[in-house]
Design a protein. Structure first.
Length: 322
């Protein structure tokens, strides 16, 4: 079966990725090593014709070469439901265009393709809001449009973190000190004067010492190592894109407990590749769109997480054939 698997990847422009860090590239290399054929699309290549999900797909080969990591071939338009697997790896922002793409991919899923992660889950499990389904795993959190409520939360908990619901990579995340004179401006900006929802969380000081750890779940199970992202001395954010340093560590008992609370629910929902952001033993986000961290853990510990994902995909495909 392996040599016959046909995989589509939907991603940001492959010529713009960072070779040494890109998790999607690691997945593609792992799939290609199995003899699976690869077909490339960007969001603009997807379309829906008379209820049939289609895409302009380009044959793709990838290489473990920082100077030449991809090779594009012939492009054709084809129904997506005829492929075995579709990897949805488009980065946020989670906007209306992203949502529309999940409708197209859901039609492909209904036509027979295995979509990773599942389109309905990508729509339903907002990476910040979905933490509300697991309050036992999280620090105190409020999601609201009400600027006075944001201010009251900050007054109750002291130092806090305020951020939008649709961002990624540490964008527009503010750490608020008690008495911060910029607080009202931040509330106005993030809520667009009370017309958009924003999130505020109790500040977790562990971010400074142990970082913001990415615990990766493959088919609901945690991999043995997490990537702790330690903020730079000049920044509050534990995001690699914001200059944080990635330091691998073995997962601990608390990580396993958190994974045990969240992982089975996500597995049942068809979310095969998920990243939990954990600070001080509390989950702050549940990343389902395009979690990263695979390359850093592979470099530090030699663990091939992308190959574990291909194992999980192969199991799902085998179950379908049975």
């Amino acid at each position: 079966m392996n040599t016959a698997v046909r995989m589509v990847v939907v991603m940001d422009p492959i010529d713009h990725i960072k070779y040494e860090k890109d998790t999607t590239l690691a997945m593609l290399l792992a799939a290609q090593r199995r003899g699976w054929s690869l077909h490339y699309a960007e969001l603009a290549d997807l379309r829906l014709r008379d209820g049939v999900a289609e895409a302009r797909l380009t044959d793709l080969k990838v290489h473990a070469d920082p100077q030449r990591w991809y090779e594009l071939g012939t492009a054709t338009v084809a129904p997506l439901g005829g492929f075995d697997v579709i990897l949805m790896r488009k980065d946020p922002p989670f906007d209306t265009e992203f949502i529309y793409s999940t409708y197209i991919l859901e039609r492909a899923e209904l036509a027979g393709a295995l979509v990773v992660n599942r389109p309905r889950g990508l729509r339903d499990f907002n990476e910040k809001v979905y933490t509300a389904w697991f309050p036992q795993c999280c620090a105190p959190t409020l999601i609201t449009r009400d600027q006075e409520a944001l201010a009251a939360f900050a007054a109750e908990h002291g130092k806090s973190v305020c951020k939008p619901l649709h961002g990624m990579g540490g964008r527009s995340i503010f750490a608020l000190e008690p008495g911060d004179k910029n607080a009202q401006v931040i509330y106005e900006t993030l809520t667009d004067y009370g017309t958009r929802y924003a999130m505020i969380q109790k500040y977790l000081p562990d971010i400074v010492t142990t970082g913001d750890s990415r615990v990766i779940l493959v088919d609901g199970e945690p991999v043995p190592y997490a990537l702790a992202r330690i903020p730079s001395p000049h920044d509050n954010r534990g995001n690699l894109a914001a200059g944080a340093k990635g330091v691998g560590r073995p997962i601990n008992d608390r990580d396993r407990w958190l994974a045990g609370q969240i992982g089975p629910v996500l597995r049942e929902a068809g979310m095969l590749f998920v990243g939990l952001d954990v600070i001080g033993g509390h989950v702050t986000e549940i990343n389902v769109t395009s979690p990263t961290g695979v390359r850093e853990l592979q470099q530090q510990f030699g663990i091939d997480i992308a190959d574990l994902l291909m194992d999980a995909i192969a199991r799902r495909l085998q179950a379908r054939h049975r």
